[in-house]
Design a protein around this ligand. Structure first.
Ligand code: SF4
Ligand code: SF4
Length: 167
């Protein structure tokens, strides 16, 4: 078996600029660390799974985070996208903005999330739209929350909705 090359995107010692490896057709998420991505490139990494937009519970004593199947009130359950992304902090003040600076600290981000994967030096899964070319592969692979989440107004006590699959 031929060993696969390991690319550590966050620890590149001598990046030569945004076009590094451009002649080798290396996709941008492998060619550049997260901190060097354009806003468009950064936004395109979101696969639209909606997992990070599920309500979570934090244990006050241990700090442990538990995912629930309950969707944030701003999450559109059909598109799995935020209904008011640009103004989301007006409606959900504690929605955490992701950035290259904080992604490594957000340990509760789903293990399938592209930002977490790249921050951990891993690659995207083949169902990611940037690789498959089809946004629908996120649902086909069972990653999307579409059809699996509960609306906040129907949920009642969040503790009755703790689930393990989003992690
Ligand atoms: S978990 Fe990651 S990839 Fe999925 S919607 Fe949230 S930010 Fe996007
Ligand atoms: S406000 Fe929007 S982006 Fe933030 S958690 Fe809710 S649905 Fe997700």
């Amino acid at each position: 078996m031929v060993p696969r090359p390991v690319i550590n995107r966050l620890n590149r010692k001598n990046p030569t600029g945004p076009n590094v490896n451009a002649n080798q057709n290396v996709p941008f998420w492998r060619a550049k660390p997260l901190s060097e991505l354009s806003l468009q490139e950064w936004e395109s990494l979101c696969d639209g799974c909606g997992r990070c937009c599920l309500e979570k519970l934090e244990d006050f004593e241990t700090g442990a985070i538990s995912y629930t199947e309950v969707a944030c009130p701003q999450l559109n359950p059909d598109t799995c996208r935020c209904a008011n992304y640009a103004e989301r902090h007006r409606y959900v003040p504690d929605c955490v903005p992701l950035s290259p600076a904080n992604i490594q600290d957000l340990k509760w981000m789903p293990s399938t999330c592209a930002y977490r994967l790249l921050a951990e030096g891993k690659d995207l899964y083949d169902w990611h739209p940037l690789i498959s070319g089809d946004p629908g592969t996120v649902a086909v692979a069972g990653i999307s929350v579409r059809g699996r989440c509960v609306a906040a107004h129907d949920a009642g006590d969040l503790e009755n909705h703790i689930v393990a699959w989003p992690e």
